[in-house]
Design a protein around this ligand. Structure first.
Ligand code: ATP
Ligand code: MG
Length: 571
């Protein structure tokens, strides 16, 4: 490709719409352009990268017996009503009607459609396992589309679905996908760490997210440097620390006036206490039933854990009226003493001696509240959000906190969809049995954005060779010099004939402009052809990642390039 003809409109200035480096660089390097909020057109260079990532994914999916299919983007409402997700999905789903008023949606995901397909076709255990995948646009009307490809409303996803005859089969499919994901991200030149995750609304119970650890990430991850445990904060397990009984004497329970003092910070300042001496009492409605959740003052309640523990569908913080009715006080003064609703407490609450709690009375708190003597707890459980520094649930070492970009996720769905949608097959013994399913997603665009977050410098993108839009750019310093131009075209043809993806910068521009574009776009290798070196029969080979410059005889350029390209994806 000649640079003069390549449609790669690079930008010198950083577009104001872009906050993240990856987003800025994708616009500046001319990889893509925004068409509407969360929707992008890929330009030639961007599309080449996307296609390379897709190809890596395809190879690895095929290697684990995945078979590629392509389902429609537009899906009928009926199948979503069968699974119960037509209502559950809410505003994130793009919905539309056809001319006859029939309802459809733009697929945010494809569990329903594939289950409907397989249920009408696959009858026997002999046809299992079946692993089908596609690479296709997904549509989600995200509340906050942002950061370019990171959180779009239209985005490319690889989604695979596995159908097995039993749990053991699912286990094999799940781990095959898990290991394929490890290979995919490695081949794309980025480290993505599998972390235990919450399965959320999609159902199922075992799931891992693949996280690229980066400041730009929207997820919080906790990981243990000692034993390798890693989990999303939504999921990370808190431990019952089994501390020795707290030292000191139980002091007499006492009410103190705390006028207009209601937050933990205010209470601590007012009473000269530490947050860990306090108990936070939160009133929730679990499927409409009031309950109280207790956590230590310096901890946050993890609502996902509480909802799972209570096994309820809807968990919401109680409204002000309910709080007044239940506690007898306005918001900010709830406490466990004398409270007449079930009390669920995080483990850490067990070990607080002489706690500060709300008095269930306006402008009042109690000090020296003690478990058993002053209040009882219905049940203790792991209910809090784990924080950096907390003990690892596996080995007890301190956990580290990090930000993560979720580039993929694998789920064991079990029979959630097959049962709801009546998708069954005949077991060996003739018994009709629902398929045991798994699903496995990768965000293609988000992966590209994550790669850039981890591979750039002040000058631009540094592509891993495996997904670079082109491998090499040849830059003659001046195209007005026939000797340089001739040498440039000769090398260009030689590289092309050798199957190397190469761009020749044939523009009549100053060398500085050409070098800037080459660095911005991030070609892994640049060959510079200048008058002085050419006289010596040499050209300069510049490695984008290290900026290393090698002067080499013209005749050995191809071999040197080959060696670098074959040397691997990490270059
Ligand atoms: P998130 O929690 O970030 O909203 P998700 O868990 O809802 O994502 P999945 O349903 O697991 O997403 O989708 C599989 C993969 O698709 C994700 O791991 C992510 O890489 C990608 N993905 C999901 N939503 C988006 C989006 N809005 N824009 C770009 N990629 C996305
Ligand atoms: Mg996910």
């Amino acid at each position: 490709m000649l640079m003069s003809q390549l449609y790669a409109p690079t930008l010198r200035e950083t577009p104001s719409e872009a906050e993240l480096v990856s987003h800025q660089l994708m616009l500046r390097a001319g990889l893509m352009r925004r068409s509407a909020s969360g929707m992008y057109t890929f330009l030639p260079l961007g599309l080449r990268v996307i296609r390379k990532v897709e190809q890596i994914i395809r190879e690895e999916m095929n290697a684990i017996m995945g078979q590629e299919v392509l389902m429609p983007i537009v899906q009928p409402a009926e199948i979503w009503q069968e699974s119960g997700r037509w209502d559950e999905y809410g505003d994130e789903m793009f919905r539309l009607k056809d001319r006859n008023g029939r309802q459809f949606c733009l697929g945010p995901t494809h569990e329903e459609l594939i289950t409907a397909l397989v249920r009408s076709e696959v009858r026997s255990y002999r046809q299992l396992p079946l692993r089908l995948y596609q690479i296709q646009n997904k549509y989600r009307d995200e509340i906050r589309p942002r950061f370019g490809l990171m959180r779009g409303r239209e985005f490319i996803m690889k989604d695979m679905y596995s159908f097995d005859k039993d749990e053991e089969g699912l286990d094999a499919s799940y781990w095959a996908a898990y290991h394929a994901y490890e290979r995919i991200f490695k081949r794309c030149g980025v480290e993505a760490r599998p972390v235990e995750a919450d399965s959320g609304a999609i159902g199922g119970d075992v799931t891992h997210e693949f996280m690229v650890l980066a400041e730009a990430g929207e997820d919080s991850v906790l990981h243990c440097l000692k034993c390798g445990y890693a989990a999303n904060v939504e999921r990370a397990e808190g431990v019952d620390r089994k501390l020795p009984a707290p030292n000191g004497e139980k002091q007499p329970l006492q009410e103190v006036a705390t006028p207009q003092v209601s937050t933990i910070a205010q209470v601590c300042a007012f009473l000269n206490k530490e947050p860990q001496d306090c108990i936070k009492t939160l009133i929730y409605l679990a499927d409409g039933r009031p309950v109280a959740a207790l956590v230590r003052g310096d901890h946050n309640l993890n609502e996902i854990k509480l909802r799972k523990f209570l096994n309820c569908d809807v968990l919401e913080l109680a409204d002000e009226d309910t709080i007044v009715r239940i506690t007898g006080a306005p918001v900010g003064f709830a406490g466990p003493v004398g409270l007449d609703v079930p009390l669920y407490a995080d483990y850490a609450v067990k070990y607080i001696l002489n706690a500060v709690v709300g008095a269930n009375k306006q402008d009042a708190h109690l000090i020296n509240a003690n478990l058993d003597r002053d209040f009882q707890v219905t049940e203790f459980a792991d209910l809090r959000e784990v924080q950096p520094g907390d003990p690892c649930p596996r080995c007890g070492d301190a956990l580290e906190g990090a930000r993560g970009i979720e580039v993929g996720q694998v789920f064991k769905l079990g029979t959630k969809y097959s049962k709801a949608m009546g998708a069954t097959f005949l077991q060996e013994n003739g018994v009709e049995t629902p398929f045991v399913m798994g699903c496995y997603g990768i965000g293609v665009g988000r992966t590209v954005a994550a790669v850039i977050e981890k591979n750039h410098d002040a000058d631009g993108i540094i592509w891993p060779i495996s997904i670079a839009p082109y491998h090499v750019i040849i830059v003659p310093v001046s195209v007005k010099d026939p000797a340089q131009t001739e040498a440039a075209y000769k090398l260009y043809q030689e590289l092309q004939a050798a199957g190397i993806e190469v761009v020749l910068d044939d523009r009549d521009e100053r060398p500085g402009v050409k070098f800037k574009d080459a660095d911005l776009i991030g070609f892994p290798i640049r060959v510079t052809i200048g008058p002085k070196s050419l006289e010596k029969g040499e050209m300069e080979l510049v490695i984008r990642r290290t900026k290393e410059v090698r002067s080499l005889p013209v005749g050995s350029i191809l071999a040197a390039i080959r060696e670098i390209l074959e040397g691997g994806e990490q270059e």
